[in-house]
Design a protein. Structure first.
Length: 277
């Protein structure tokens, strides 16, 4: 083989190896991961009970594991029971308290919208408008505007992401889909069947997951599909070890379930920029 060609191939290999190593998650004896783009970054978490600092159904949340494994500094705004309609308030509170100090914003919500029977709605309202085209003439073309209906899931997502895109243009914004859900009973007036049952709109949790995945393309943000990659499947009895209570709460992951989510999130995050500053 030509010596120059061999040298070129070897150099390329070494450069690739060095680049690969510099981006790897290297865990120390204290379980802190170093040499990754997320270490020391300030991340705001918007969401519901699974994110709430009060630890619903668990002794430790996924964002605490991410703090340990990636060195992320967590700023937690998630609140038990919140739907996408409440996340705009969480985002506004973040802006008021932290301004542009935050590096990234994670949004983990949607399961409460499913339980509350929120219609999916549409992303856009379409009309025909006249627009100037080649030849300096005007023609009627179909035109779309974001649908900001706060009574639908897609409208709520539009409201939140429009606010975040406007007020945090240099920050990484990442969506997390709801995980699978099973039976939960929090009292006579709050009994939630497992995901094999649709809500009163004949919609399944899958429909809400798909809408959140669509939002990633609509708003140019990454999405981490925890519904699939976390592997959590509470309708199967072999997975009750990951949830709060096998009899009354297969909705909220326990600490072991949160660790599993954190691992899934961590490896996805290593492929994304931590900010755009």
């Amino acid at each position: 083989m030509n010596m120059k060609y061999t040298t070129f191939i070897l150099s390329a290999f070494l450069c690739t190896a060095n680049l690969y190593a510099s981006n790897q998650a290297i865990t120390t004896e204290n379980n802190i991961t170093v040499q990754n783009q997320w270490k020391g970054k300030k991340v705001a978490y918007l969401g519901d009970s699974i994110t709430d600092k009060i630890h619903v159904g668990t002794s430790k949340n996924y964002w605490q594991y991410l703090e340990e494994k990636l060195g992320i500094e967590p700023w937690v705004y998630g609140i038990n029971g919140h739907q996408w309609s409440d996340l705009l308030g969480q985002a506004q509170k973040l802006k008021e308290e932290k301004g542009g100090e935050v590096d990234a914003i994670f949004i983990f919500a949607g399961t409460n919208d499913f339980y509350a029977n929120v219609p999916l709605g549409e992303w856009y309202t379409e009309t025909y408008q006249r627009v100037e085209v080649s030849g300096r003439i005007k023609r009627a073309r179909k035109h779309r505007d974001f649908q900001m209906n706060g009574k639908t899931l897609r409208g709520r997502i539009n409201q939140v992401l429009s606010y975040l895109k406007t007020n945090f243009p240099e920050q990484q914004i990442i969506l997390l889909t709801p995980i699978h859900r099973a039976y939960a009973c929090f009292g006579d007036n709050n009994i939630q069947p497992d995901e094999s049952f649709a809500n009163t709109l004949d919609l399944y949790i899958d429909d809400y997951v798909e809408a959140i995945k669509e939002a990633a393309n609509v708003w140019a943000v990454p999405v981490i599909d925890l519904n699939s990659i976390s592997g959590l499947f509470p309708t199967n009895d072999a997975h009750i070890r990951y949830f709060s209570n096998s009899e009354t709460d297969r909705l909220h992951p326990n600490a072991e379930g949160h660790l599993r989510m954190a691992k899934a999130i961590m490896y996805q995050l290593l492929a994304y920029p931590s900010d755009f500053k």
